[in-house]
Design a protein around this ligand. Structure first.
Ligand code: SF4
Ligand code: SF4
Length: 360
């Protein structure tokens, strides 16, 4: 590993405090009992930095927030354009976001999710202007996980607890503080603003106990081969797997790579004699029963089984093929859908069943 330097916990806190005064700083915070990425004005707002004997990250492990970092680039509800109308005159006002933002404490699985979203929203042309603008404005500072959560299975999908590859800067905690890796030029320019760290020449890196590399790794779960997936399409197993699904859509909303959306127009209060409207986009989900319903009322995926099958195929077959995900699938193994599902549908059990069927 190539480390740029290391910093103490106090130095990190001071750096973050300074950043909060300069840019929009987003950090996982405890929001009404839920760990969520939220903007803070001071590091005092950061739940996990409050330790009895000074700054500590102990309270935040496993520290995966309830919602994925995708909401910074692809918010749950986003105004796209404002429309003003008076007689025959129609004015359009774009609402492209342009605020620089630093997101701190991103988990490696979430950063991987962002890479997958980049493939879909930016690299698959035409690029989505709203997502692209937000993405350009954000610098991601990652924090290596120190242990795998009960539902995490990132390592089964090629991830690692300290994988820096999709970050701008990566921090890994050790006894004395944090080791710092600079991954992109964007990361370098953020660090360059203030020298709050020392170089690693005074550290014996072989002796440093980096908790991420010593963490216990959960047993790997079987993942069905992308080439074998089409054989599963008409299998009766989907009825059994989806038996209890409520079509509530929570699994999609918490997922770092689900990106279906709906467009809606809504009326706003009038302004200076103009009627005002705005077009918004909001998260949607293929788990919803009316999703894909067409004029005349026909729904091509009418049953829970067809919808669950679509969700799994989207992640493990359709998206990798359509968007050139370079050997990865559109699931990061974050386990959020497992934790959130009200009827305990577990994607690792689904994948295990599918792998068994494939090997029959
Ligand atoms: S499908 Fe589930 S485990 Fe996979 S990325 Fe989405 S929320 Fe995480
Ligand atoms: S969270 Fe569970 S019940 Fe709800 S749509 Fe997803 S799989 Fe079905």
């Amino acid at each position: 590993m190539n480390y740029e330097g290391f910093c103490t916990r106090d130095a990190l806190v001071n750096w973050l405090d300074d950043l909060a005064g300069q840019v929009s700083l987003v950090i996982p915070v405890n929001d009404s009992g839920f760990l969520l990425y939220r903007q803070v004005v001071s590091v005092a707002d950061i739940a996990w930095l409050v330790g009895e004997s000074g700054p500590s990250t102990e309270q935040m492990y496993p520290h995966r927030p309830v919602l994925a970092v995708k909401e910074m680039f692809f918010p749950s509800t986003e105004p796209l354009v404002k429309i003003k109308k008076k007689a025959q005159q129609v004015l359009l006002e774009e609402t492209l976001p342009d605020k620089p933002q630093v997101v701190f404490g991103v988990t490696p699985c979430d950063a991987r999710g962002v890479r997958i979203m980049d493939n879909i929203f930016i690299e698959d042309l035409p690029a989505d202007a709203y997502y692209t603008r937000r993405r350009e404005n954000v610098t991601m500072v990652g924090l290596a996980c120190q242990e795998m959560g009960e539902s995490c299975f990132c390592t089964s999908l090629g991830g690692a607890l300290d994988d820096p590859s999709d970050m701008d800067i990566m921090l890994t905690e050790f006894e004395e503080g944090f080791l710092i890796q600079v991954v992109t030029e964007k990361g370098r320019s953020l660090l360059g603003k203030q020298k709050f760290y020392s170089d690693t020449s005074t550290l014996n890196l072989d002796q440093v106990t980096n908790r991420a590399t010593h963490a216990a790794i959960s047993p790997l779960i079987p993942i069905p081969d992308i080439e074998a997936m089409p054989r599963l399409f008409n299998h009766e197993i989907w009825d059994r797997l989806a038996e209890s699904c409520l079509s509530c859509r929570i699994c999609s909303y918490v997922c770092p790579t689900c990106r279906c959306f709906d467009l809606r127009d809504e009326m706003l209060p009038s302004e200076n004699g103009y009627e005002c409207y705005q077009r918004i986009r909001c998260w949607d989900s293929c788990s919803r029963d009316a999703y894909r319903r067409i004029a005349g009322g026909h729904t091509p995926r009418a049953t829970e089984a067809e919808r669950l099958r679509n969700r799994i195929f989207c992640k493990f077959n359709y998206s990798p093929r359509q968007y050139g995900l370079e050997g990865t699938v559109a699931c990061t193994g974050c386990g959020r859908c497992i934790d959130a599902c009200p009827v305990n549908i577990d994607i690792t059990e689904i994948l295990g069943c599918l792998a068994e069927v494939v090997n029959e």
